[in-house]
Structures are given as C-alpha cells and as structure tokens.
Design a protein. Structure first.
Length: 105
C-alpha cells in the first residue's frame, strides 16, 4: 500500500518494517502463518502500539492473497485507539453531545 519504502504510515498507523516483510512474502498465506512469523511486530497507533498477532487474532482460518489484503485487514481490525476522535463529524449534524465546536471549518 505504501508507495515508497520511506513512507510506512498508513491511515494514522505506523506499520514499520512489517510492510517490507509482508510485501516480500509468498502468497497465498494464512493468518496463522503470518502470526507465527510476524506476530511480535508492533503496529504503531496514535496513542500506543498493538502487536500484529493481536490485530490478526480475529481472522480465524483466513487466507491472504496479497500484501494489500494483509494491510487492509490490519487497517480494518486495529482497536478503537487507532481512530481519531470517536463520534466526530465535520458535517455539522450528529456532533457528539457535550462537545462544543465539533465542526471543522
């Protein structure tokens, strides 16, 4: 997903050296194989880190066909701490109750 080796941040996550490793992996590969090989790699979140094996643990018997599929699974499964201000909207309606100035101008 990243276009250069220097840019390993995707959607607010710091994927680090795992990006190169999964891009050089042979596919298809199972979530279990990825967790065995790279499970101890940390995914950098805005407010901390989460191990890859913790992120992929909900995948069951899942098979990945490409590095892009693995990266998408990581983006889809990281915990709520990877999300910006929860309930935030820049559309005006539906702003989080009790938050003033939740609109973006």
């Amino acid at each position: 997903m990243s276009e250069s080796g220097d840019d390993d941040r995707e959607m607010g996550l710091e994927l680090g050296d795992i990006t190169d490793e999964i891009e050089n992996e042979e596919y298809p590969i199972s979530a279990e194989e990825l967790m065995d090989k790279y499970g101890d790699h940390e995914i950098g979140l805005p407010d901390g880190e989460e191990r890859l094996d913790e992120v992929l643990a909900t995948g069951g018997d899942e098979q990945f066909e490409s590095a892009d599929e693995v990266e998408q699974a990581i983006l889809n499964r990281v915990g709520g701490e990877a999300v910006g201000r929860q309930g935030y909207t820049d559309r005006g309606a539906g702003a989080v109750e009790g938050e003033e100035d939740a609109e973006s101008f």
